[in-house]
Write a protein of this length. Structure first.
Length: 400
């Protein structure tokens, strides 16, 4: 199996890199020979990429990429010939949607025509809807260009995936429904397989890493994500303002990981709202430090307004951390409708739920155990890899 991805450790900017790493290793442990065509920035070479541990059946081929949007497109075009050579030697190709088109089209013109499995991480229509909603509410010009002006490109890429891929995998039921409603796709070609996580390895990282919390007596609140409107960072800060001013609770420290176009505005809002002593900006850190801080937190905030199957939420659940989230299709699917803590409808409810978790250890423990059990049932990498292995066998059986 050839796994094409422009994100792979140590270059981890989101969930794609983590999932591809865990999936490659899980398949390798099952005896599948996996070649990973991994994008690699020049500075990554200096970070000893050879130290990244993979299963004995997994080979990682590092191919150059540039940090210029659209990153995934330049990655494919820069390495077109190298990728075509790797594709010709594979039995099946597997890749995220962001690394599929136009390579899937180019390879289908050649012989042999290797089957492709493409997994979809987001919907262009929802991305466009989010960026339009952000206008006047803190949205960035960069996101408007990427998802608004760039919508025809994302739309074309998805239509290309639908046409040329042999199988499409939506990473959540909500995304599968969205794709069916917005695009003409054959039902037999589209299936749903949740992203998975190597939970045992994740727990090892959390235990070995250094969390770097500044205080030992305040409630430790964790949040990570790009500082953009769709990730709900504005709503999170508004909830903290309500928590401190209306509920009069200040005994907490929020560690906020990530950077983005809203960072300056968020910093100013925190200063104006007298939250400087409660919020610590951590920026970008190594994955091990991020997971260590999450694992030693009391509460994890996940305020995103739109996601499909976010790895950050899976990681929090797998580590047994209680999660506070808004009521969205993705959060209902991930956390379930029978959660001990209902999903928030607005910032006031979000603040009250955060306060309830901060002041009730029994509730934190019950919710953490419940979410951890759900993560093991639904999001363990062995479950995902088993379903993908069966899908590979199906596309190979149906290959011309």
């Amino acid at each position: 199996m050839l796994l094409i991805t422009h994100e792979f450790p140590p270059d981890i900017y989101g969930g794609i890199g983590v999932f591809c790493y865990d999936l490659a290793n899980a398949l390798g442990r099952r005896g599948i020979n996996v070649t990973v065509a991994a994008g690699c920035l020049p500075r990554t070479i200096r970070r000893r990429v050879d130290d990244i541990q993979v299963a004995s059946n997994v080979q990682v081929v590092r191919l150059p990429k540039v940090d210029i949007p659209p990153n995934h497109f330049w990655y494919q075009m820069m390495n077109r010939q190298a990728l075509k050579t790797l594709i010709a030697d594979a039995d099946v190709v597997h890749c995220p949607d962001s690394a599929a088109f136009p390579m899937v089209y180019l390879s289908k013109r050649d012989r042999p025509r290797v089957p492709w499995v493409v997994f979809l991480n987001s919907g262009p229509v929802s991305d466009l809807y989010c960026v339009l909603r952000s206008v006047g509410g803190g949205g960035s010009l960069g996101d408007m260009f990427r998802y608004g002006v760039g919508f025809p490109g994302w739309d074309l890429a998805l239509r290309g995936d639908i046409r040329f891929a042999d199988a499409l995998v939506a990473v959540s039921e909500s995304l599968s429904t969205e794709v069916k409603n917005c695009y003409s796709v054959e039902t037999r070609k589209l299936t749903t397989i949740h992203n998975g996580e190597d939970i045992g390895h994740l727990q090892e990282i959390a235990e070995k890493g250094h969390s770097n919390w500044k205080t030992g007596h305040k409630m430790r609140i964790f949040c990570a994500g790009r500082l953009v409107w769709r990730k709900g960072v504005n709503q999170l800060i508004d909830s903290l303002i309500y928590l401190t001013q209306e509920i009069a609770f200040r005994d907490f420290e929020l560690q906020l990981f990530g950077r983005g176009p809203l960072e300056r505005n968020v910093r100013q809002l925190i200063l104006r709202s007298n939250l400087k002593e409660n919020v610590v900006f951590r920026g970008f850190v190594e994955y091990e430090e991020l997971i260590a801080s999450m694992g030693s937190s009391d509460v994890v905030c996940f305020p995103s307004l739109y996601e499909a199957c976010p790895m950050g939420m899976i990681e929090a659940m797998a580590l047994g951390r209680p999660v506070v989230a808004f009521d969205r299709p993705y959060s209902r699917e991930m956390m379930g409708d029978d959660s001990e803590l209902p999903l928030a409808q607005n910032i006031q409810e979000y603040a009250h739920m955060l306060h309830k978790l901060c002041t009730r250890q029994d509730l934190r423990e019950v919710l953490g155990r419940s979410l951890q059990a759900r993560a093991r049932r639904m999001f363990d990498i062995e479950i995902s890899s088993d379903r993908y292995l069966k899908l590979y066998q199906e596309v190979l059986a149906n290959a011309p």
